[in-house]
Write a protein that binds this ligand. Structure first.
Ligand code: ZN
Ligand code: ZN
Length: 342
C-alpha cells in the first residue's frame, strides 16, 4: 500500500510502499478514504510528543470502509457490530487497557496504558489501517467522507473541551459568553455548536489574522479580534485551542469570577507566571485530555442535528507535508484533510 511515513521526528514524512496490514483478533482493517490533519500531528512530527513508534504512519481522523474482519469480530462482538463494507471513523484513542482505575470509572481518556492512533498505532496517512473494532465509530450518513474527517478529533475533543467550559461554579447557560483562543479546525466546529446552544462566541486569533477573524464572524461569532485585544465584554468561560501558554493568563484576565479556562490541546508552550489575583474568585484552569468513546458517540449523534458544516481544504496523500506546513503557518481556514484516494 502507499503510505507517508515518519522515520525520524523533525524530518518531513517520506513516501513508502508497505505491505497492507492484516487485522489481528478483535481488529478490523479499514480501507482509508480520507484522513484529517490535526495540530497533534505537528506535535508528533516536531518531537513535542516524544514517544512515537518509528517508523510511523501518522493521522488520527480516519474515514474509510471496513474491508476485512479479524478473529472474534462477528455479530456478537463488538457491540454494536462492525461488518465488512461499513463506513467507519477512527479517532485518536485507539485502545485502552480496560483494567486501570480510570477505565473502570468510565474515564478511558485518562487510561494508564492507552494506545493512540497515528502515534503508537499506525494511522490514516496510508491506503489501509488496522483498528480495534471496539474503538471505531459509525459516521453519520449525511456527511461525505471529506466533511466527516474533522469531526473525529477537532470536533469531538473540541466538544469535550466545550462541555468542560461549563464545569465552573455556575455552568454555562443560554446567552453566556464564551471566548475561543485560536480559531482553527476545532473552533470552527465548536462555534457552530455554541451558536446553536444560544451562546455568544468571542474569537481571539493571532494578531493580524484577518482571514480567521472573518471566518469566525461568518460562522456566527459575535466578535472576532486579536488575542492582544481586550475582550469587549467579560467572558463566562474560555477555551484555548492554540498551543500557546501565554494565552492562559490572558484568558484568565478575561473571564469573570467562577469562570473556567479550558486548555484543549495535547501540548502547550510554558505558561508564564501570573499574579494569584487573576485566578482568585474561584476561577478554574483545566486541561482536556483525549476522548472517551462516549464523547464520540454523543458528538457524532449531535453533529447532524445542528447540522455542523465543516470547511475542509483537501490535499492528496503525497502532499501531506504541504498540509502540515500550511497548518503550521495558518494558510487555510477550517481543516486540512488528506484525500488518500487521490
Ligand atoms: Zn487530533
Ligand atoms: Zn486503562
Amino acid at each position: 500500500m502507499r503510505a507517508m511515513i515518519l522515520e525520524q521526528q523533525g524530518q518531513p514524512l517520506v513516501e513508502a510502499d508497505l505491505p497492507a496490514p492484516k487485522p489481528g483478533p478483535g481488529q478490523v482493517r479499514v480501507k482509508v478514504s480520507v484522513c484529517g490533519v490535526c495540530r497533534t500531528d505537528l506535535h508528533v512530527l516536531d518531537g513535542e510528543l516524544a514517544a512515537p513508534k518509528l517508523p510511523l504512519v501518522m493521522g488520527h481522523q480516519v474515514v474509510g470502509t471496513v474491508d476485512e474482519l479479524g478473529e472474534g469480530v462477528d455479530a456478537f462482538s463488538p457491540e454494536p457490530p462492525v461488518w465488512k463494507g461499513d463506513r467507519v471513523g477512527v479517532p485518536w484513542l485507539g485502545g485502552a487497557c480496560g483494567r486501570c482505575a480510570y477505565c473502570q470509572e468510565g474515564r478511558e481518556n485518562l487510561c494508564d496504558d492507552p494506545r493512540f492512533t497515528g502515534y503508537q498505532i499506525d494511522g490514516g496517512f496510508a491506503e489501509y489501517c488496522v483498528v480495534d473494532a471496539d474503538f471505531c465509530f459509525r459516521i453519520p450518513e449525511n456527511y461525505p467522507d471529506l466533511q466527516a474527517a474533522p469531526l473525529l478529533c477537532a470536533g469531538l475533543i473540541g466538544y469535550r473541551a466545550y462541555r468542560m467550559a461549563g464545569a465552573g461554579t455556575t455552568g454555562l447557560v443560554y446567552g453566556e459568553r464564551l471566548g475561543f483562543y485560536g480559531f482553527g479546525a476545532a473552533a470552527h466546529i465548536l462555534c457552530q455548536v455554541a451558536k446553536h446552544d444560544g451562546r455568544k462566541v468571542y474569537a481571539f486569533t493571532s494578531p493580524g489574522d484577518a482571514a480567521a477573524q472573518d471566518f469566525a464572524r461568518k460562522l456566527g461569532a459575535v466578535w472576532a479580534g486579536s488575542s492582544d485585544d481586550a475582550a469587549p465584554e467579560e467572558l463566562d468561560a474560555a477555551i484555548i485551542f492554540a498551543p500557546v501558554g501565554p494565552l492562559v493568563p490572558v484568558a484568565l484576565r478575561a473571564v469573570r469570577k467562577g469562570g473556567t479556562v479550558v486548555c484543549a490541546g495535547i501540548h502547550m508552550s510554558d505558561i508564564p507566571s501570573f499574579p494569584y489575583n487573576i485566578l482568585w474568585g474561584e476561577r478554574v484552569i483545566r486541561s482536556v485530555a483525549n476522548l472517551t468513546r462516549k464523547d464520540g458517540e454523543d458528538f457524532l449523534a449531535l453533529a447532524p442535528t445542528i447540522p455542523i458544516k465543516t470547511e475542509v481544504t483537501p490535499y492528496p496523500l503525497d502532499r501531506v507535508n504541504d498540509a502540515l506546513d500550511d497548518l503550521r503557518r495558518g494558510r487555510f481556514t477550517g481543516a486540512a484533510v488528506i484525500n488518500v484516494m487521490d
